[in-house]
Design a protein around this ligand. Structure first.
Ligand SMILES: *[C@@H]1O[C@H](CO)[C@@H](O)[C@H](O)[C@H]1NC(C)=O
Length: 193
């Protein structure tokens, strides 16, 4: 009887740990490889998940809303791990940081710098998760959000699920400069006449 209880107590934490999120403190290399270490190879074919962003530019003080969602009806995911990375190599460091941590379902994770990654916090079925991210205040060149997403079973996971690229700069600023330039050209033309 006591032996059974002890055995259960020994097994329980191991079984629960999988649901508690990407084990980055136990295995820090996960921050770099983004491999879940589930002892199988990633699923092949296009992932039934996608990443959407509410902006295609990052700039000082501006945050971007990042969502991971299932692209097919009645589909869901249980686990995820996401970071912003530089496009091209070497691009293994997580860039920027996630802000305003969502409750319960997920958690922010330290990969090098504080809150630079975001992952699940339980094994519940998820159809969509959303958080905000703030980029570096100087240009790091084009960035992309790179995710590992775990589906129904832990063996069903996809690596390298990417968002569209984001660029440093302010779209309005560029438009504003364009307008200023056209005004100056028009003025020079008028004055020349
Ligand atoms: C995204 O992650 C995968 C591994 O999961 C890696 O092979 C790929 O190089 C990464 N891409 C970027 C831009 O970090």
């Amino acid at each position: 009887m006591y032996r059974t209880v002890w055995l259960l107590l020994a097994i329980l934490p191991a079984a629960l740990a999988r649901g508690s999120g990407p084990p980055t403190s136990e295995y820090p290399t996960i921050c770099i490889t983004m491999e879940p270490g589930h002892g199988s190879s990633p699923a092949s074919g296009k992932a039934p998940y996608a990443i959407s962003l509410d902006s295609d530019t990052y700039t000082k003080g501006n945050s971007i809303e990042v969502s991971i969602y299932a692209t097919e009806p009645d589909n869901y995911f249980r686990g995820f791990f996401i970071q912003a990375r530089r496009v091209g190599l070497p691009s293994l460091d997580a860039v920027g940081s996630f802000i305003s941590e969502p409750t319960e379902e997920s958690q922010f994770i330290k990969c090098g710098t504080q809150n630079s990654a975001w992952g699940h916090a339980n094994r519940n079925k998820k159809t969509k998760v959303t958080a905000r991210w703030i980029g570096p205040s100087t240009s790091f060149g084009p960035l992309v959000f790179n995710a590992t997403i775990v589906g129904l079973k832990k063996e069903d996971y996809w690596t390298g699920v990417m968002s569209s690229e984001i660029l440093y700069g302010n779209a309005n600023g560029v438009k504003g400069q364009g307008l200023l330039l056209s005004t100056m050209v028009l003025l020079a033309y008028v004055l020349h006449k």
